[in-house]
Design a protein around this ligand. Structure first.
Ligand code: PRP
Length: 208
């Protein structure tokens, strides 16, 4: 279903609390990012196509399944990097296509700096990985790039979002799906999510 999906689960609530806490150190922050990415990806991949493939168990033949579609993980540098390995663990056959976007501190507009998507060879389903969706500018820029590439479906996985941000994505790309752990109410004057969790990239990589 297109639209915004806030995934409600006790484990998500708990690990998001660890992410929010200002005394959480980078190593624990990264662990919580991994756990939340796994939980979010489980929910976001419920509608992946499967095809039947027989499998020989040590006892007998059984009905098994394969994932026929090309699935692309699209982490937004830098902070999205922390979500790649846990999702790749769930989908080992996925391709990983990095997009470099940073938010200009003065204008809060996304600035593109890395994109090596091969023309003419789009994946069937793209999972955009970025812990934060604030104004939505970075997610919109990533989705525009992916639809221009020709992806069939795109889903954005963010750990924390603002209402303004998810509204911006939904209005520009109503066909996209957005999976978030929590939508916070607002942005402050610096376009930070309130209450949010600070800057996920800096907290992940210990560059505060
Ligand atoms: C953060 C975050 C998103 C973006 C969200 O990245 O990881 O990419 O900002 O903001 P937006 O919704 O208003 O576009 P940042 O620019 O801090 O880069 P970094 O990951 O390299 O720290």
């Amino acid at each position: 279903m297109p639209g915004v999906h806030e995934v409600v689960h006790p484990l998500i609530k708990r690990h998001l609390t660890v992410l929010r806490c200002e005394t959480t150190r980078p190593a624990e922050f990264r662990s919580s990012v991994r756990r939340l990415a796994t939980l979010l990806a489980y929910e976001a991949t419920k509608d992946l196509a499967t095809t039947v493939a027989q499998v020989q168990t040590p006892v007998a033949m059984a009905q098994g399944y394969e994932l026929p579609d090309r699935i692309g993980l699209v982490p937004i540098l830098r902070a999205g990097l922390g979500m790649v390995d846990p999702v790749l663990d769930l989908i080992p056959s996925a391709e990983v296509w990095h997009l470099g976007l940073y938010r200009d501190e003065a204008t809060a507009q996304p600035v593109r700096y890395y994109d090596k998507l091969p023309p003419g060879q789009p994946v069937d389903t793209a999972l955009v990985l970025d812990p934060m969706l604030a104004t939505g500018g970075s997610a919109v820029a990533a989705l525009q790039t992916l639809y221009d590439w020709g992806v069939g479906r795109a889903k954005v996985l963010s750990l924390i979002a603002s209402q303004e941000g998810v509204d911006a994505v939904a209005s520009q790309f109503p066909q996209a799906q957005v999976f978030v752990c929590k939508v916070d109410a607002e942005l402050n004057d610096q376009k930070f999510i309130v209450p949010g969790l600070g800057d996920a990239g800096d907290r992940s990589f210990n560059t505060i």
